[in-house]
Design a protein around this ligand. Structure first.
Ligand code: SAM
Length: 319
């Protein structure tokens, strides 16, 4: 890796925007196996039990498309045979969940939230620290971090505003159900085409551009890599093995996969790990309106605990 990135390549950025504009559909492999209704229901119930994700019958081709490759690798003829293997092997269960999860993500996704972090939250933390109302350690949790773009965007933003030279310590926990995406996130190396998603000043300061066999890639600098700790965590589990409270929790574009009941339980568990003054960020299409009283929105997609001030905005309904 070289040491600096002068500017993001505008042509890369244009290509990226074009790609993002494409619908999020998927190709069905012509070699895909067929699944019976009974087999679909077996996987539907298993996936719900383990991951909390309820696949409606409209997701049949998605399931078939994603799992057929694995059936071929294992030289299996039916989904029934594969189901039995998944039930017996924890590793195969992980592999199956990896295959069915949707991992789309971007650097600085939902840019309005990063703006709110920079303009409202960070200045408040700085003022509170100066007034002795808080310490200079900031703890953030990226829950459902996918391939790392979310926690690295946080690391760049926070290190820029809250450097160790001013006495700040930044501690970012990043978790996901999928070990495959966590491995990518830990490697902290992405296609250089994604550079267009990162503001130029952050790109120059915190990313390295690859050369030689790393040409076309970029890697996060050690300064931001060292701020993030990755671990596997299933949001559908009854307890979360994370310690202490967080000033900010991001659970974005994950809740959308769960039904209302599961979503509510997950948010309640997340709130147990949020400081009383902490913020919760969710995705723009994730509705928490069923939790009015437990949460109130500051602006759409950004929440704090409690009912909020009388007359203030209640938990925001986005759908
Ligand atoms: C669409 S990505 C969103 C990534 C990122 N938060 C963002 O907004 O760009 C959803 C992520 O949630 C993860 N996920 C799905 N079910 C989960 C569960 N039960 N526990 C933890 N993570 C889960 C998936 O593996 C995937 O990486």
């Amino acid at each position: 890796m070289t040491h600096t990135i002068a500017r993001s390549d505008p042509s890369q950025s244009a290509a990226l925007k074009k790609r993002r504009a494409l619908p999020h559909n998927f190709k069905i492999d012509p070699r895909a196996k067929t699944i019976t209704n009974r087999e679909f229901q077996l996987f539907q119930k298993l996936i719900f039990r383990v991951a909390g994700i309820w696949l409606t019958p409209s997701k049949t081709s998605l399931l078939v498309g994603r799992l057929s490759k694995r059936l071929r690798q294992l030289e299996l003829d039916t989904f029934d045979e594969y189901y039995n293997i998944v039930c017996e092997s924890k590793d195969e269960l992980t592999c199956m969940l990896d295959a069915i999860s949707t991992n789309e993500t971007h650097f600085f996704r939902e840019s309005m939230q990063f703006e709110f972090l920079e303009k409202r939250i960070v200045p408040q933390w700085m003022a509170d620290a100066s007034d002795g109302k808080r310490n200079r350690t900031v703890r953030v949790w990226s829950a459902g971090c996918s391939t790392g773009q979310e926690p690295y965007s946080l690391a760049m933003t926070l290190l820029h505003h809250l450097p160790p030279s001013a006495g700040w310590t930044i501690d970012i926990h990043a978790t996901d159900l999928s070990t495959r995406v966590l491995d990518i996130a830990k490697a902290a190396t992405w296609e250089f085409g994604k550079a267009g998603e990162i503001p130029d000043h952050f790109l120059r300061a915190f990313m390295l551009r690859g050369y030689g066999d790393q040409k076309g890639k970029m890697k996060a600098r050690p300064e931001i890599r060292s701020l993030i700790h990755f671990s596997q965590l299933n949001l559908n589990d009854a307890n979360y093995p994370v310690h202490g409270k967080f000033d900010l929790i991001l659970c974005r574009n994950v809740l959308i996969y769960f039904n209302l009941d599961t979503r509510t339980q997950i948010v309640r568990r997340l709130l147990q790990h949020l400081t009383p003054q902490g913020y919760l960020f969710v995705g723009h299409s994730e509705s928490l309106h069923a939790m009015t009283g437990e949460l109130h929105s500051i602006i759409p997609t950004i929440y704090k605990q409690g009912a909020g001030e009388k007359g203030g905005k209640r938990a925001h309904a986005t759908k």
